[in-house]
Write a protein that binds this ligand. Structure first.
Ligand code: GLN
Length: 537
């Protein structure tokens, strides 16, 4: 593309959790299907260096990138919508920026200077954004600024974006503001005042939005659109409705219908290109017309905040669309089983399949193990992921291989049978941030196994996020008792276990996280396998 990189900044107003990430991902897709090379980055204005150390209860899932970054869940949306692979550098946090600047200060790089937010922090932010665009060779880089305009912690990032407008020029930068227009329950009226206020807040910082995406429950009324456009000094076509739709995957189509990408193209001086949305439309149609219900138990402990398992839910949606089945999720809280509030046969009664979810720590573990026993004995199609896989090994060790008291040392360091344990190199690590086995690495799949039939190949790359491993000392014992080890890392660590199909219709558990690489147009084989077995299709 002639000229430099185009930067599209996405800000948010009024409230958080408006779906800015979906808007960013959707815009990315609309440019990608026009033939541009597109990247998307997320700015998180918190002091954590990465999302790895945050509680999923508060922030939702940690999304793991191919290169092992522990990032914000919005990167998952970007990768899924853009069908692309991003890196840890696509998630910029205050923690990273300050760390770099402070390290530089200690080295003496700023000798004699007073180190300040402007220019030192803002320069570091701009440099990260620009070098990311340069190093990834994109035509367009979308930069979503997390949080809400007006938050103190977001200010340096907005200031950096404002400066970029100046330095890169208006033809190379574009500001999309996503804000909420609430509908009053009493009068049913769509209120535009909060949008106006948040635009004011942006302007106060020196940013004039170039387009406004209005989040609302029902389509934006013409009157409301006019008001917002007038107030924000924008043509009406620059104000678009982002109302509630059946699935997030409809949002790109909604924005396209209103001409947003075309408008941005024009404003950035790009030639008009025809989008090829065919495959995306077909996917959305398959997703929406998938009618055969399959009920999947989601056995875990962060079941109150569904965002903790976002990529798994999306992976089920992708696989469901491919198979024409509609996954219905039954959230099974492992602590309810563990503490005897709900008997396991009641919690899992009538489900077509189950996923034993990833997790950490002791709480709910016995409940999960009890659920796994039931799923195994009753022949219910089951997929275990990461901790779910480790606990499947524990359950099998205890109840089939006769290793009484078998456990993972994460939960019981004194177990007589540590079937899941730390590797010696993990034992030496003291810091908790970024020290797990993280990111993608090869998995060798054993021929003739269920895993091999699913993947159709003997070598895949999957992403990881864990510390503990199957203890090699127990492998032959477990194998003798009938557990099949069907996937291995190049270093000889266990990656996949399964039960033979003559014993169980579908029982597969992976140490890696297959959900991170599921894409709308390319579902991941373990989810296809589970849904196929669960739906009998
Ligand atoms: N807690 C387990 C480990 O650290 C599993 C982690 C996970 O499920 N992501 O190995």
């Amino acid at each position: 593309m002639a000229g430099g990189v185009k930067y599209i900044f996405v800000t948010g107003g009024v409230l958080s959790s408006l779906g800015k990430g979906i808007v960013t991902a959707s815009l990315g897709l609309l440019f990608k299907v026009r033939g541009y090379r597109v990247g998307a980055a997320k700015i998180d204005p918190y002091l954590n260096v990465d999302a790895g150390t945050m509680n999923p209860f508060m922030h939702g899932e940690v999304y793991v990138t191919e290169d092992g970054g522990e990032t914000d869940l919005d990167l998952g949306h970007y990768e899924r919508f853009l069908h692309t692979t991003l890196s840890r550098r696509h998630n910029i946090t205050t923690g990273q920026v300050y760390r770099t600047v402070i390290e530089r200060e200690r080295r003496g790089d700023y000798l004699g200077q007073t180190v300040q937010i402007i220019p030192h922090i803002t320069d570091e932010i701009k440099s990260r954004i620009r070098s990311l665009a340069r190093d990834t060779g994109v035509d367009i880089l979308l930069v979503e600024i997390g949080g809400t305009v007006g938050d103190i912690e977001g200010l340096p990032f907005l200031e950096a974006a404002r400066q970029m407008r100046l330095e890169e020029g208006a033809e190379n930068t574009f500001f999309v503001h996503v804000a909420l227009a609430p509908v009053l329950s009493t009068t049913g009226e769509q209120k535009t005042k909060p949008v106006q206020h948040s635009v004011n807040e942006l302007r106060r910082i020196g940013i004039q939005p170039d387009a406004i995406v209005v989040r609302t429950t029902r389509p934006l009324e013409e009157e409301a659109r006019r008001k917002i456009a007038l107030f924000a000094t924008l043509p009406e076509e620059a104000v678009v409705s982002d109302h509630d739709v059946e699935t997030i995957y409809l949002v790109p189509l909604l924005l396209e219908e209103q001409g947003l990408a075309r408008y941005i193209e024009r404003r950035l001086g790009l030639p008009e290109k025809r989008p090829d949305l065919g495959p995306w439309r077909e996917f959305v149609e398959r997703l929406l017309s998938a009618s055969k219900p399959v009920e999947i138990a989601m056995v875990g402990k962060y079941t109150k905040l569904r965002d903790s398992y976002l990529s798994i839910i999306e992976a089920l949606n992708h696989a469901g669309a491919a198979l024409g089945v509609k996954p219905r999720l039954r959230w099974v809280e492992a602590t309810d089983i563990e503490e005897g509030r709900i008997p396991v046969e009641e919690a899992l009664e009538g489900v077509d399949g189950a996923i034993v979810l990833p997790g950490f720590g002791e709480r709910g573990v016995e409940g999960k193990i009890e659920a796994i026993r039931y799923l195994r004995e009753e022949g219910i199609p089951t997929l275990g992921i990461c901790f779910g896989m480790q606990l499947a090994v524990v359950e099998f060790a205890r109840n089939v291989a006769g290793l009484e008291g078998a456990h993972t040392t994460e939960v019981n360091p004194n177990t007589p049978h540590p079937v899941i344990d730390l590797l010696p190199e993990q034992r030496r690590i003291r810091e908790l941030g970024g020290t797990m086995r993280l990111g993608a690495s090869p998995v060798r799949i054993v021929e003739g196994t269920l895993a091999h039939r699913l993947y159709g190949t003997t070598l895949v790359r999957e992403r990881h996020r864990h510390r503990y491993e199957v203890n090699e000392k127990y492998i032959s014992k477990l194998e003798e008792a009938g557990l099949v080890f069907s996937g291995w890392s190049p270093e000889g660590l266990v990656e996949i276990v399964e039960l033979p199909e003559r014993i169980h219709p579908f029982f597969l558990a992976t140490q890696f996280h297959p959900e991170y690489k599921s894409r709308p147009l390319e579902p991941r084989p373990p989810f296809i396998g589970l849904l196929r077995a669960a739906s009998g299709s």
